[in-house]
Design a protein. Structure first.
Length: 374
């Protein structure tokens, strides 16, 4: 692949794993904690009857002076990490993709800052533009199709000087141009159509994309189905999944169901998937999921001729809700690598800036869009 590889053996490296550091360009080992061998002391004793200490079998001193397997022997973890920085620092910094950057500027002047945007009550609406203003340079946001598809906000801004395209959920209840009321945090046909077009434009202009999640999912019901919500949602997912520009997903609030997919969830390879402590990730919201599961369980028991009292239903619902809510936690998600990191919201700009800076050193593929149903 032509990618430099450096391996640090800071613990035990056994059997098939022993080949990995040696297949790297350069390898380091830490004295006292690092060891490399195809078979450990117990297996060697069992297999051939040889009794040999781990250090003599595959420790740092042996591999550095006898086998020659290791390139650098380090006294401790700190020296090991310092040596890695030294090795990486000698590589040429070849920028392969240039992204537009201007002089960095702080976000808009707000007394509460980014921590004051999200309401304590998750069900309470708020204007997604306030979140964007607290995140981007000078609070400046050039909004794309401002009056159309208002439950999704799309537009251009700068974060730490970097030009970015932002796609954010708007949690306000809005009225569409046709006079229809639309729930905040829900993706409708018009908002999906708008986002798909904006994503394609950013790819043509080579502008990195930032997705700010607070989404309940796509609108459901006969009216939405007849209006083609599936094809419009598929158009957005198609554009997002085929994107070649760097994508960064920030889960600030909810990230449920197909809304998670459309907003560049884990499955769609964002360069960084970050969550705030306020994040919630699941197939659907806890209350809705609990009620669906309750209906299934109650229906199953009734089919067997069992009677389910109102008190039993209530207790069952509380049990299901508690279990499901625990599984929507960002800590539950992070433990399963569904997000890369749980961050302090105030460090969001720093994370995105570092991600774009790193992305400069990777080549960008040609933008190719699949067939979309209009």
């Amino acid at each position: 692949m032509g990618v430099p590889q450096i391996a640090a053996v800071m613990g035990s490296c056994v059997a098939g794993g022993a080949y990995l550091p040696i297949m790297s360009d350069e390898s380091l080992i830490v004295e006292g904690t690092g060891s490399i061998f195809l078979a450990g002391p117990y297996l060697v004793r069992a297999a051939i009857g040889e009794d040999v200490p781990a250090e003599d079998l595959g420790g740092a001193k042996m591999h550095a002076s006898v086998s020659g397997v290791i390139d650098y022997k380090c006294e401790n973890d700190q020296e090991c990490l310092s040596t890695i920085r030294d090795l990486v620092g000698r590589m040429p910094q070849t920028i392969r993709t240039n992204f537009n950057r201007d002089t960095p500027a702080p976000p808009s002047d707000n007394a509460n800052g980014i921590l004051g945007v999200l309401p304590e009550d998750r069900a309470k609406p708020y204007n997604g533009r306030d979140l964007i203003a607290a995140l981007v340079d000078k609070g400046e946001f050039t909004e794309f199709k401002e009056e159309y598809g208002q439950t999704l906000l799309c537009g251009y801004a700068r974060i730490d000087g970097w030009s970015v395209g932002i796609i954010a959920n708007n949690r306000e209840v809005v009225k569409s141009g046709k006079g229809e009321m639309q729930f905040g945090g829900v993706i409708y046909s018009d908002s999906a159509d708008k986002a798909a077009r904006f994503i394609m434009i950013c790819n043509q202009k080579s502008i990195p994309l930032v997705f700010l999640h607070d989404v309940s999912g796509f609108m459901v019901g006969s009216r939405s189905e007849q209006g083609g919500i599936i094809k419009d949602g598929a158009k957005m997912v198609n554009a997002m999944s085929n994107s070649v520009v760097p994508k960064f997903s920030i889960v600030a609030g909810n990230s449920y169901g197909a809304g998670n997919y459309a907003m560049c969830g884990r499955a769609y390879d964002p360069r960084l998937m970050l969550a705030w402590p306020t994040a919630r990730l699941a197939v659907m919201g806890g209350a809705q999921a609990a009620k669906v599961l309750l209906q299934i369980q109650v229906g199953s028991r009734k089919a067997k001729g069992e009677e389910v009292s109102a008190a039993e239903e209530k207790a069952l619902l509380e049990k299901i809700t508690a279990r499901y809510d625990a599984q929507t936690s960002p800590y539950y998600a992070a433990a399963r690598l569904w997000v890369d990191e749980i961050i302090d919201p105030r460090s969001t700009r720093t994370w995105i800036s570092a991600g774009i800076e790193a992305a400069q050193f990777a080549e960008q593929a040609d933008w190719k869009m699949g067939v979309v149903q209009t």
